[in-house]
Design a protein around this ligand. Structure first.
Ligand code: NDP
Length: 490
C-alpha cells in the first residue's frame, strides 16, 4: 500500500513479495459509504422477503461459482498477501464449505419455532422467529482475506441480511474480486458491496445510518475503536480479535504429530494467523524429545519458499522485537534468531525456556516465532496457557486426558490432537473471550449472530379469570400465590 495520505482519492495495493503495485482502489469517504449502506438497505427488504427457501438456490449458485473460480481467486490472494498458492486455495476451499453450510442450515437454525408456553401461559401459543438485522457491516483483516470475512459474510447473507464489506487496505483487490463473483450470479441485487480505503472508511461504516450490526475482525486496539464508534448509535458489534494461542503437550502425546502440528500452527502463513500457535507448554518428561522434533522440522523451512512474506511491513519490527526480547530475557534460540528477520521475509525462529514476562510470551507476535517452554506437569501448563488477557484458541496433544485438559482452558476453541482443526468444521462456533473479543461466527451461533430473536405470544383463548387486567379479582391472586408456593416454594 502506498499513498498513505488519508485525503487521497485512491490508493494502491502491492505484492508484498516484490513491492510491485498490483491495483488502484478508491478511498471511499463517509458519503460513499452511506450511499452503499442505503443501497444495501433497499436490497435487504427484497433479500429478506425471499425467505430461506428463496435464498438457498441463489447462495448455492454463488457457492458453485466460487468453487469453479478457486484458482482465479487464489491468484488474487497470492498477489496481495504473498502466501503460497496452495495456502490460498485451502483458504478458499474452507470459505466455500462454510458458505454451503450456512446456506443449507439457516432455515433449521433461524426458522420460526414454537416453544412451550409454560403453566402461566397455558392459554398462549408461543413462537420465536429470527428476522435478519438488515444491513451488516463487515470489517476484515488481511491475513486470511477471504476465509475470515466470509465467516461473517456467508452467515449474514444466509440469515437474510445484505452486507457492506470493508476489506483491509492491504487486500482491497481480494474483497473486490469476492464481491464480483456474487454480482455475477445476482447482477441486479447489491447483496455484497465493497467499500475500500483506510481506517476512516471502516469508521464511517460503523457510523453509517442504517447499519444493523458491525462484524469486525482485526486487532484488539482497533476492535475497541470500532466498539466506541458503534456505541454512538447503539449498533451491536461482533468482535474477533487477536490471540496468543497456546499448545499443551502431555507426556503420552504422539510427539511427532505434536511437533508437526506445532510447526504448521506456528509457521504457516508466516505465523500471521489469529489462531496460530505462539506458545507451547510441554511437560518436562517429554520436552527434550519434542523440542528436538520441533527444531528439526522448523529448521527445514524457509520464508519465501515454505511460506510467504510478512504481509504488513510494520509487523517485521514487532517480530524482531519479540525474538530479541525472548533471547535477552534468557531464552535459548534453537532455530534462527534476530538474523532470521530479513526485511519482509522472516525465517522460522524457535526459542526455548523463555520467561513468562517476555513480550514474546505476553504479546501477539503474528510472525514465525515459536516459544517452547517446559513445565513440570499439565496443571502448570494449563495455568500458564490461561495466564494471558487473550483467549482465542488453543491446542492439546494428549492421549488419555485431551478433552479434560481442553475443558480447563479459558478460550473459545480447542483442537485436541490437531491444530486449528475447529476452524474447518462449519458447525463449530468460532470466536474468543477476553481481549480476543466476543460473539461468534460459524455454526448455529454464527447464524444467530446475524438475526434478532423475535418473540410472539398469541392468545388462544381467554383465561376465565384475567390476571393482567384491572378487573382482576383479589381472590385470583391469592389462589395464584398459593399455587406458586405449592409448585415452586419447596
Ligand atoms: P487491524 O485492526 O489493523 O485492521 C482490521 C480492519 O479494521 C482493517 O480493515 C482496518 O482497515 C480497519 N480499521 C482500522 N481502523 C479502523 C477504525 N478506526 N474503524 C473501523 N475500522 C478500522 O487488523 P489487521 O488487518 O492488522 O489484522 C490483524 C489482526 O487481526 C491480528 O491481531 C489478528 O490476530 C486479528 N485476526 C483475528 C481473527 C479472528 O477471527 N479472531 C482472524 C484474523 C485476524 P485498514 O486495513 O484500512 O487500516
Amino acid at each position: 500500500m502506498t499513498a498513505t495520505d488519508a485525503a487521497a482519492r485512491t490508493f494502491e495495493s502491492q505484492d508484498p513479495r516484490t513491492g510491485e503495485v498490483v491495483g488502484t482502489h478508491p478511498v471511499h469517504d463517509a458519503a460513499a459509504v452511506q450511499a452503499a449502506v442505503d443501497r444495501a438497505t433497499d436490497a435487504a427488504a427484497w433479500w429478506a422477503g425471499l425467505g430461506f427457501d428463496g435464498r438457498l438456490p441463489k447462495l448455492a449458485a454463488w457457492r458453485s461459482l466460487l468453487a469453479k473460480r478457486i484458482d482465479d481467486l487464489a491468484g488474487v490472494i497470492v498477489t496481495e498477501t504473498g502466501k503460497p498458492l496452495d495456502d490460498a486455495r485451502l483458504e478458499l476451499i474452507l470459505a466455500v464449505d462454510h458458505l454451503d453450510w450456512a446456506a443449507r442450515n439457516a432455515k433449521r437454525v433461524l426458522g420460526k419455532r414454537t416453544v412451550r408456553p409454560g403453566l402461566l401461559g397455558a392459554n398462549q401459543a408461543a413462537t420465536v422467529s429470527y428476522p435478519p438485522v438488515g444491513v451488516v457491516g463487515v470489517i476484515g483483516p488481511w491475513n486470511y482475506p477471504v476465509f475470515t470475512p466470509m465467516g461473517s459474510i456467508a452467515y449474514a447473507l444466509a440469515a437474510g441480511n445484505t452486507v457492506v464489506f470493508k476489506p483491509s487496505e492491504l487486500t482491497p483487490g481480494v474483497g473486490r474480486a469476492l464481491a464480483d463473483t456474487l454480482a455475477e450470479v445476482l447482477p441486479d441485487a447489491p447483496l455484497l458491496q465493497v467499500v475500500t480505503g483506510f481506517g476512516g472508511t471502516g469508521a464511517a461504516l460503523c457510523r453509517a445510518r442504517g447499519v444493523g450490526k458491525i462484524a469486525f475482525t482485526g486487532s484488539t486496539a482497533t476492535g475497541k475503536r470500532v466498539m466506541a464508534a458503534c456505541a454512538e448509535n447503539l449498533v451491536p458489534v461482533l468482535i474477533e480479535c487477536g490471540g496468543k494461542d497456546a499448545m499443551i503437550v502431555d507426556t503420552d502425546a504422539d510427539l511427532v504429530a505434536a511437533a508437526d502440528a506445532a510447526v504448521w500452527g506456528g509457521m504457516s502463513n508466516a505465523g500471521q494467523t489469529c489462531v496460530g500457535v505462539e506458545r507451547i507448554y510441554v511437560v518436562d518428561e517429554v520436552a527434550d524429545a519434542f523440542t528436538t522434533e520441533v527444531a528439526k522440522r522448523a529448521g527445514a523451512l524457509r520464508a519465501g519458499d515454505s511460506f510467504g512474506p510478512m504481509t504488513l511491513p510494520a509487523q517485521t519490527a514487532i517480530v524482531e522485537r519479540h525474538v530479541r526480547d525472548a533471547i535477552a530475557a534468557g531464552g535459548t534460540a534453537l532455530v534462527g534468531g534476530p538474523d532470521s528477520v530479513r526485511d519482509r521475509f522472516v525465517d522460522p525462529v524457535v526459542v526455548a525456556d523463555v520467561p513468562e514476562d517476555s513480550v514474546a510470551v505476553t504479546e501477539e507476535t503474528f510472525g514465525p516465532l515459536l516459544v517452547v517452554n517446559r513445565v513440570p506437569d499439565v496443571d502448570e501448563a494449563v495455568r500458564r496457557a490461561n495466564g494471558t488477557a487473550y483467549g482465542l484458541g488453543a491446542s492439546v496433544f494428549a492421549k488419555a486426558r485431551g478433552e479434560e485438559i481442553a475443558d480447563r482452558l479459558r478460550c473459545g476453541m480447542v483442537a485436541v490432537n490437531g491444530v486449528i482443526s475447529f476452524a474447518g468444521i462449519p458447525a463449530l462456533p468460532f470466536g474468543g473471550v477476553g481481549d480476543s473479543g466476543f460473539g461468534r461466527i460459524h455454526g448455529d451461533d454464527g447464524l444467530r449472530e446475524f438475526a434478532r430473536p423475535r418473540a410472539v405470544a398469541r392468545q388462544r383463548f381467554a383465561l376465565p379469570v384475567p390476571l393482567t387486567s384491572f378487573r382482576r379479582p383479589a381472590s385470583a391472586m391469592k389462589g395464584l400465590v398459593r399455587m406458586t408456593r405449592l409448585r415452586l416454594g419447596r
